[in-house]
Design a protein around this ligand. Structure first.
Ligand code: GDP
Ligand code: MG
Length: 445
């Protein structure tokens, strides 16, 4: 429902030949209606509307039409509103699940066990819900389905004690997930019980399970649980059936809580990592949007135009952008091409592997701003520090600088060569002739 309405609003922008302010206002109104109907907080909706208005006034980057720009950015605003993307921890050790009665905790405990088991962890489940005898049976059955070990004790009424015994029984497991008791409201007694269980378990993850149909109430709940025990992740269940799902997501995003997973059905496999952008594109059935986002990404890499490149000075930041762009024959090679000097680029640079680029990036992340803009100051003691900070070898750091210097030379030559020339109007033919004469003098390698 939410997806269809949002799609209709963006389609409106997409379908008109001339994009007037009225069309934009109409689209904004439709987005507002869609979000409010799915229970998103009214203030958040108004903020979003203003942001869309503001971006409609901005000039789109080169290579993108105004329509594409507005659609792409509106989509990104929507995806931020719904929580962006937060990758779930890949190797948690102890997860404590919390949530009120009926939110889907027990089901989620088993879904999580299955999810992590499928990713290579050995997992054990503990039933620490001492108030509902049925939950023992429920989790035991689900554990069997998930193919993971289970620990519980029907006769024990002390949750902390069960956790303690369960940890002993499951001590060989990579991951232990504890399903706690829920109540109809978060009261003192429940908090006390959770705190005691937490004390024993020493969880690295405390995740709150919320059902999508609570809508905006998610905010109050997330806050209350967080104040009581420092929740550090959220799982939203019943995303399959709820018209209020958007409200729950937006409310969680508002509290700065990361939604790691969503439940999309009753079966153990109905469970996925949450990524607002992917979620949106799915509910909107918007395959072509993905293509648009890809396109935008490419434009970003090539933000640096050949003209800008030649105007500025060369430093490690430009170098990195250049390396990234080189893969797609970006600015520097474009400059060279326009000057008829394609062969001027060192082949080595064009052939740098993705892996190398990543290593370089990590190394550069350990450099100071000063070092990035003025690499000449990087001496051996700095290299030592940079290598240590990045966890890469000194040899790799030196290699990066070697590549940088090589490109810097090429850059300087191109800059000299292009002086006073309007790159857009460069007559390649003429230049080529010139180049054949100059070639010997220009020695690029
Ligand atoms: N449709 C749907 N139902 C769910 C989902 N997660 C849990 N449920 C159902 O919600 C009900 C309550 O779940 P349960 O795990 O017992 O909740 P708990 O009281 O918090 O432990 C059960 O009938 C589950 O099958 C979900 O993602 N989608
Ligand atoms: Mg339960």
């Amino acid at each position: 429902m939410l997806g269809e309405k949002l799609r209709a609003a963006l389609e409106k922008v997409k379908s008109v030949t001339f994009l007037s302010d009225e069309t934009i206002e109409e689209a904004i109104r439709e987005i507002q209606r869609a979000l409010i109907a799915s229970d998103v907080d009214v203030n958040l909706v108004f903020n979003l509307s203003n942001e869309i208005r503001a971006l409609a006034k901005r000039k789109p980057p080169a290579g993108m039409t105004r329509k594409e720009y507005i659609i792409k950015n509106t989509y990104e605003l929507l995806s931020n509103l719904l929580g962006g993307s937060n990758e779930a921890p890949q190797k948690p050790k102890r997860i404590l699940l919390l949530g009120l009665f009926g939110q889907g905790k027990t089901t989620t405990a088993a879904k999580l066990a299955r999810w992590y088991k499928n990713r290579g962890l050995s997992v054990g489940l503990i039933c620490a819900d001492v108030h509902r005898p049925a939950s023992y049976e429920q989790l035991m059955q689900l554990a069997k389905q998930a193919g993971v070990e289970f620990y519980g004790n029907k006769d024990e009424k002390d949750a902390a004690k069960i956790v303690k015994d369960g940890m002993r029984a499951l001590k060989k497991k990579d991951l232990i997930i504890v399903d706690s008791a829920g109540r109809s409201a978060l009261d003192e007694k429940l908090i006390d019980e959770i705190k005691k269980a937490k004390q024993v378990l020493q969880p690295d993850q405390i995740w709150l399970v919320l059902s999508a149909d609570i809508g905006q109430l998610a905010k109050t709940q997330a806050k209350a649980f967080h104040d009581a025990v420092n929740v550090n992740g959220i799982i939203i269940t019943k995303m399959d059936g709820s018209a209020k799902a958007g409200g729950a997501l937006a409310a969680c995003a508002e509290t700065n809580s990361s939604v790691y997973f969503i439940g999309t059905g009753e079966k153990l496999a109905d469970f996925e990592q949450f990524d607002a952008s992917r979620y949106l594109s799915r509910i909107m059935g918007y395959g072509d949007l993905q293509a648009l986002l890809e396109k935008a990404k490419e434009i970003k890499v090539e933000e640096l135009t050949p003209e800008q490149l030649l105007e500025g000075s060369f430093n490690l930041k430009v170098f990195y952008k250049q390396l990234e762009a080189t893969k797609k024959l970006g600015p520097l090679s474009k400059v060279a091409e326009m000057l008829g000097l394609k062969a001027a680029l060192p082949k080595e640079e064009l052939e740098l592997t993705e892996e190398k680029l990543n290593t370089f990036k990590v190394i550069m992340d350990s450099m100071t701003e000063q070092e990035l803009t003025n690499p000449d100051i990087i001496n051996s003691s700095r290299i030592k520090r940079i290598a240590r900070g990045s966890g890469k070898s000194e040899a790799s750091a030196r290699e990066l600088l070697r590549h940088y210097r090589k490109m810097e030379k090429v850059f300087k030559k191109l800059q000299k060569f292009s002086k006073g020339k309007d790159l857009e109007k460069v007559d390649v033919e003429k230049l080529l002739k010139k180049f054949t004469v100059k070639k010997k003098r220009l020695k690029f390698r």
